[in-house]
Design a protein around this ligand. Sequence first.
Ligand SMILES: Cc1ncc(COP(=O)(O)O)c(C=O)c1O
Length: 354
Amino acid sequence: MNFEISIEKVKNSRIAEFDTENIGFGKIFADHMFISDWDGEAWINHRIVPYGPFSLSPATSAIHYGQSIFEGMKAFASIQNNHDIILFRPEENAKRFNRSARRMAMPEIPQELFIKSLTTLIDIDRNWVPRTEGGSLYIRPFMFATDDFIGVKPSNKYTYAVFCCPVGPYYSKPLRVKVEEEFSRAAPGGVGFTKCAGNYAASLLPTALAQDEGYDQVLWTDPITHTLVEETGTTNFFAVYGNTIVTPELTDTLLAGTTRESVILSLRALGYNVEERKLSVQELKDKLSAGLLSELFITGTAATLINLDGFGHNGDYHSVITQGNQDVSVKVKTYLDNIKMEITPDTNGWILKF
Ligand SMILES: Cc1ncc(COP(=O)(O)O)c(C=O)c1O
């Protein structure tokens, strides 16, 4: 299909406000945004317009019943040729966006339109992609229900939109996580495998309470027994036992991270043994006391990979960082970063360059 996109450029770019030395996260938005409308039958009116507010009816159904989904991705400037922009596995985000859409009774978006919305928008806002080391352009595709009708039913109309913001390098100290046994993030048969807005709303209070106790993040456990590890905040979880790395198997209660899958494939390419299976908190404690748990790390688009300092469970803190030398995490992060930066060849076809 040929998706025609109309383009209305800003009269005055705000790029001069963009302080490349002090980028931060989500403070300033690139000049343009992409919008497309679902009219009940098809995606129409594909357009790029100056970044700015939406005008919404107070009865907009997304506000009341939460039909609202999103994705999070990054664009990088190529270090080989400063003008080229790189996206990492954008088709995986397109597929996950549509998995979220199906579960939330929202229309899917053709993968071709999803990718074209990103490349056309970023092409126009090319200068907003940071050229500084570790900087990137964060991309936020999202869709929400726009019927102005307060009956509880799937909306007929939707808006799909994309905006971008430059982000700085992600430096993070190893995190302390709290094994969550009271609150649940998701339930079997529910929406935990989607990036629907409500999943994030429901995580805010448990996370704030864990932070009040001195933790950085919540380590979610399964909602039935609270004994099996699932994921952490907005990242997936990995435990390293020497040459074997274990990560919780995918179920409908956790989000299938693109970084998670890329890390699994990279670890295997590096010769490690990766197990996707059930992983209990007790197993982590047993392996730790036997001296076999050498590293814990979490993965996601924001940071690629962050080490965990340790985990709190039932009032006790279990330090893991003191056990090992972070060898595996450093190796796999470097392996992935080198593919993203075109230092090593992209044999998997993970990179889209334009
Ligand atoms: C709940 C949750 N888990 C895991 C992830 C990691 O996914 P990805 O590697 O695709 O960024 C994210 C981020 O999208 C998330 O929101």
